[in-house]
Design a protein around this ligand. Sequence first.
Ligand code: ADP
Ligand code: NI
Length: 217
Amino acid sequence: MPINIQEMNSSFEIKQIEDFARKNLGSHDGGHDWWHLERVRNNAFQIMEAEGSGDPVIIEIAALLHDIGDSKFKKTGSEDTGKLLHRFLSGLELDERVMHEVIYINRNLSFSNGKRPENVSFEFMIVQDADRLDAMGAIGIARAFNYGGFVNNPIFDPAGKGHSTISHFYDKLLKLKDLMNTEIGIKLAEERHRFLEVYLDQFYHEWEFGNRSEDQL
Ligand code: ADP
Ligand code: NI
C-alpha cells in the first residue's frame, strides 16, 4: 500500500501539538485540563461536520491551542506565551495561512475579551462555539464550581456581593446562548442553557429549604 506522506506529516504534527498543549496546560485548574481540549476539538469537529464547512486542519490545531496563554494562568516572570506559541508553531511545517489563523484564534477567542472581532473566519466561529458549549450544561457547571474552588470563591452569596460561582452564571454562563456563532452551535447551546436554568431553580429551592427556620416549615 502506498504511503501517504501528507497524512503521515499531519498526524505527526498533531501528535506534537497535542504534546505541546498538554505540557502547557497540565498544572492549571481541572476545568482547563487535557479533557477540556479534547472536548473542544470534538465539539468543533461535530459542528464542522453538521455545518458542512470549515478547514479541519485549522480547526483541530486552533482547538488544541486555544487556551495557551490565558492570562488567568500566567505566572509572573514566565515567558510570554504568545511568543512561546509563535516559536512552537514556526518549528512545524505549517502553511503560513494556517499558522496565522491559529495565532489569531488563540489571541481573540476568549469571552473575557468581550465581543468577538467582526469578520472572523468560519473556523474561528466554530472553535469559539465549541469552547463556549463546554462552559454550559452539566460540564460547564462542573467547570465553574471547580474554578470557583480553585480561586476560593464562595458557592453563593445571597447578599449578591463579590464573586460567587452562582454569580458567574449571570456574569457569563447564561449569556453564552445568545453569543453563539453557528446555526448548529445555537441549537446545541439551547439544551445546555435549559440545563443551567433547571440547575439554578433546584439550587435556589434547596438553598431556601436549607435556610428556612423551623417556624417557617
Ligand atoms: P474563556 O475560555 O472564554 O476565556 P475562561 O477561561 O474565562 O473562558 O473560563 C474557563 C472556564 O472557567 C469556564 O468554564 C468558565 O465558566 C470558568 N470560570 C471562569 N471564571 C470563573 C469564575 N469567576 N467563577 C467560576 N467559573 C469561572
Ligand atoms: Ni477553553
